[in-house]
Design a binder for this molecule. Structure first.
Ligand SMILES: *Cc1c(COP(=O)(O)O)cnc(C)c1O
Length: 469
């Protein structure tokens, strides 16, 4: 499989280069040149197959010719061995034809582990093969950082520097980043918003001399391998739900509702659809930072101030993965995609054509919930089902209830464990969610981080030192 840039101005590359490069040299994001079709059920573990078997068969075409199939399967098996549920991503029913897909059974209790546990191992595998090393820099609104650090800690070919917005993560999120002991992981509190952190990371990559010298790598949600790993659980959920409703071997169309910020998770669902998964509708769930749901409704992409909410991992106004969908709406025209984004950058708002908007709205719908709505959904869900849900998941559940038409089978992605956001859970339900045993002492562990201004020079100097230590 070859990968090309959404901006069309740099050469196509293989899987290993797309993995290690993250962003394409022209500033675009990598996309596979064509969509492989999903393997038939019988070739992907059958109706009783494991998540790992399905993952190996769904992802194989993306790394074909570069990673040996047996090696790939063993990386996958390792990646999910530490998940605390045998099904890796279990489904639980919360209503009439409505399921939660629990994506938080990995080490940091958020869905990002599902992709990053694999991406860390893929990096290690590829770096060994090339006899190279990298310094990964990542911006996080809270969850990506710890998931990335957890995925690469202790690996001797990788250093990682994670920028997070000072004071804008929850305490559990911060401690998951600042309490790791391995010397190859570095947490940096930036005086600014998540978008500032993301801009700093982008600027470091844009300076190609610096990026080459430090051998920068990215594992942010722009990395193609993360999208790839997330495709799997859409297939998994559709097959499990079809089976629950219609019996083994049946394939029903399923609707998904995805709480989103960077558009990474929901884009993976769209990719699954392009690979042939019968997804009738993808519902985009936003908090008050509703740039995506406004785009779907109005066809206009317009930034606003970032507002802190109870679901901080979605407090994002510039959704980096949207570029992959825009590339499709511009019929693969890289120059037109790049032009649209440049206009957006300089004017803060830009409109799709009527035809592009119609195509977008035919495949996506969107709804947003403010904090009061979110708390209300958490309370109601607890009352009705006895389940505590985290605020991100609650945004998804609330949006799904609003957007749902008919009795189509519906899966809402549950993106974090409730114990990751205890303040919100307590406020909504009066009940304190329990941390899983492996994180039980996190409030007592010593913290280690540095604090820097949102200044490119200062951050660049720090990254360079971290990478050469
Ligand atoms: C990162 C995150 C999201 C948003 O995911 P995107 O890929 O940015 O759309 C939602 N919920 C939780 C808990 C997250 O950590």
């Amino acid at each position: 499989m070859r990968y090309r840039s959404t901006r069309g101005a740099s050469p196509a590359v293989g899987f290993g280069d797309a993995l290690l490069g993250g962003l394409a040299p022209d500033g675009g994001l990598y996309l596979p040149e064509s969509w492989p079709q999903l393997p038939p059920l019988a070739q992907s573990g059958g109706p009783t197959g494991s998540y790992q078997e399905l993952a190996a068969s769904v992802m194989a075409p993306f790394a074909e010719g570069e990673i040996d199939a047996v090696d790939f399967a063993s990386l996958i098996a390792d990646s999910y061995a530490a998940f605390d549920h045998p099904e890796v991503c279990p489904l639980v029913r919360i209503g009439e034809r409505h399921w939660l897909l629990e994506l938080f059974h990995g080490p940091t209790l958020a869905f990002k582990d599902v992709a990053l546990q694999l991406v860390g191992r893929l990096f290690d595998h590829e770096l060994r093969r090339r006899d190279e090393r990298v310094t990964i820099v990542a911006a996080t609104s809270g969850d990506t950082g710890s998931a990335a650090m957890e995925a690469v800690r202790g690996l001797d070919r990788i250093d990682i520097v994670v920028l997070y917005p000072h004071g804008r993560t929850t305490e559990v999120q911060r401690r998951q980043m600042t309490t790791l002991e391995e010397p190859n992981v570095h947490a940096v509190a930036v005086d600014g918003t998540f978008d500032d952190c993301q801009d700093l990371v982008k600027a470091m990559f844009a300076d190609s001399a610096f990026a080459r010298r430090v051998r920068l790598g990215a594992v942010n949600s722009i990395n193609w391998a993360r999208v790839m790993a997330q495709i799997v659980y859409y297939v998994w959920a559709q097959r499990r739900v079809s089976e629950a409703i219609a019996g083994p071997g049946r394939a029903l169309p399923v609707a998904f509702c995805v709480p989103t910020g960077n558009f990474g998770n929901v884009y993976a669902g769209h990719a699954a659809r392009r690979m042939g998964l019968p997804i009738r509708r993808l519902m985009v769930a936003s908090n008050t930072n509703d740039v995506l749901t406004r785009l779907i409704r109005s066809g206009e992409l317009a930034v606003a101030e970032v507002v802190p909410t109870l679901s901080p991992s979605m407090d994002i106004q510039i959704s980096s993965n949207l570029e992959r969908l825009l590339h499709e709406l511009f019929d693969g025209d890289g120059a037109a995609t790049a032009g649209f984004l440049t206009r957006f950058r300089s004017h803060g708002r830009v409109a799709l054509s009527g035809d592009q908007h119609r195509r977008l709205a035919a495949e996506f719908s969107g709804a947003c919930l403010d904090d009061d709505d979110t708390v209300e959904v958490m309370r109601r869900t607890y009352e009705r089902t006895g389940r505590l849900v985290d605020p991100h998941t609650a945004v998804g559940v609330g949006a799904a209830e609003r957007l749902r038409r008919s009795d189509e089978p519906l899966v809402t992605l549950s993106t974090a464990h409730p114990a990751k956001f205890p303040e919100a859970v307590i406020r909504a339900t009066g009940t304190t969610p329990e941390l899983p045993a492996h994180l039980g002492d996190i409030m007592d562990r010593p913290e280690r981080s540095v604090r820097l201004p949102a200044d490119l020079e200062a951050v660049r100097r720090y990254v360079q030192e971290a990478g050469s230590a």
